[in-house]
Design a protein around this ligand. Structure first.
Ligand code: ZN
Length: 160
């Protein structure tokens, strides 16, 4: 009888363990680029890490990209995925770079993940880096959306 109980406990422990491992694997699979906190810390500046990996918000009017109207593409500062086009950028006067739409498929939203983000949160679909939030008070003549993005999460690549 003792042996049977021991076997049951062992089985239970083992199955708990294997399901926990499965969950971790699923989380890692969510993003095609995934690194440890230490790896991101080594790669990113302090400000980039704070925004992208800790979902922080930079001070308004602190990013040079806020008033950047050059033609080009805004890439993810962590993994270089193109996220926004300059032609969709507008001056929201909020102090953060703002776009009326994203490059479709390259940005994911809080509802798409199980990370406890709010609905309006947006992040890079490739590496999971936090970008900013989307609001419904954007330009009415286009999409009506205002993607309010931290400049620290972006890397501007001018078009040639
Ligand atoms: Zn990224």
């Amino acid at each position: 009888m003792k042996n049977v109980i021991a076997f049951c406990i062992l089985t239970l422990l083992f199955s708990c363990n294997s399901s926990a491992q499965k969950n971790n694997a699923q989380i890692e699979k969510e993003y095609s680029i995934s690194k440890t906190d230490a790896e991101w810390k080594a790669q990113l500046t302090e400000k980039q890490y704070y925004v992208l990996r800790e979902a922080g918000t930079e001070r308004p009017f602190s990013s040079a990209y806020d008033k950047n109207y050059e033609k080009g593409t805004y890439h993810c500062a962590a993994c270089n995925t193109p996220l926004f086009l300059s032609e969709h950028k507008f001056d929201s006067r909020t102090g953060w770079p703002s776009f009326d739409r994203e490059i479709e498929g390259n940005v994911a939203y809080g509802t798409d993940s199980n990370l406890g983000y709010s609905r309006d949160e947006e992040h890079c679909a490739t590496c999971g880096g936090h970008l900013g939030h989307v609001f419904n008070d954007g330009p009415r003549d286009t999409t009506g959306k205002r993607h309010c993005i931290n400049g620290a999460a972006l890397e501007f690549v001018p078009s040639e």
